[in-house]
Design a protein around this ligand. Structure first.
Ligand SMILES: Cc1cc2nc3c(=O)[nH]c(=O)nc-3n(C[C@H](O)[C@H](O)[C@H](O)COP(=O)(O)O)c2cc1C
Length: 170
């Protein structure tokens, strides 16, 4: 999908809502960063963060969350606080080996604490997923599955997923 078409489609859906755009790419000045900056600039009421600026450690699979809390000490709680009262969350991610980068997968896996305890930390929030890749292949199904499951676990309503090619941004 071309960048202009994406912005045209998404703007009326999220304008003037408290929107957080999350750049899930670890790359400093890449395509996802560019896209995140554009959303932040063009859409009223939005702000943006880079996921790589948060220290989010991977899930250890230790099941301590069954007893109510996670053993990892890092920025996970800070990130959840940041999205908790938003009306819209947009995750912008590159394709890494047909799926999502490790930083985003780490965030998703850590949401196990909410799934295990049947807690929904986010309310009244619409979620969008934007995947950016180099090849014109259908990666969206594979890459968006964990994101959709995570939205569902957190209490975010998945409203749409989009695939944008590198050359549709430049
Ligand atoms: C480790 C790695 C794996 C990648 N795997 C794929 C892939 O399987 N399919 C694809 O289309 N692009 C792949 N790419 C290309 C990136 O998804 C693409 O260039 C994206 O726009 C990069 O976003 P960024 O500039 O925000 O980091 C890969 C890039 C990297 C670094």
């Amino acid at each position: 999908m071309k960048l202009e078409k994406f912005l045209e489609e998404i703007s009326p859906l999220i304008s003037d809502k408290d929107t957080l755009a999350v750049n899930a790419s670890p790359r400093e000045a890449g395509n996802c960063r560019k896209m995140t900056a554009l959303i932040n600039k063009d859409i009223a009421g939005s702000s943006a963060v880079n996921l790589k600026d948060f220290d989010i450690k991977p899930c250890l699979g230790c099941l301590s969350c069954v007893a109510g809390h996670c053993l990892q000490k890092d920025d996970f709680g800070k990130f959840i606080k940041l999205i908790q009262d938003r009306r819209v969350l947009i995750i912008i991610s590159p394709v890494f080996f047909t799926s999502i980068p490790a930083q985003l997968k780490a965030l998703i896996d850590r949401c196990q604490v909410y799934w295990t305890n049947k807690l929904k930390p986010v309310r009244h929030c619409d979620g969008y997923f934007v995947l950016i890749g180099e090849q014109s292949k259908d990666y969206l199904d594979c890459a968006s599955r964990p994101v959709k499951a995570c939205f569902n676990t957190l209490g975010i309503t998945h409203k749409g997923s989009y695939y944008i090619l590198n050359n549709e941004i430049a």
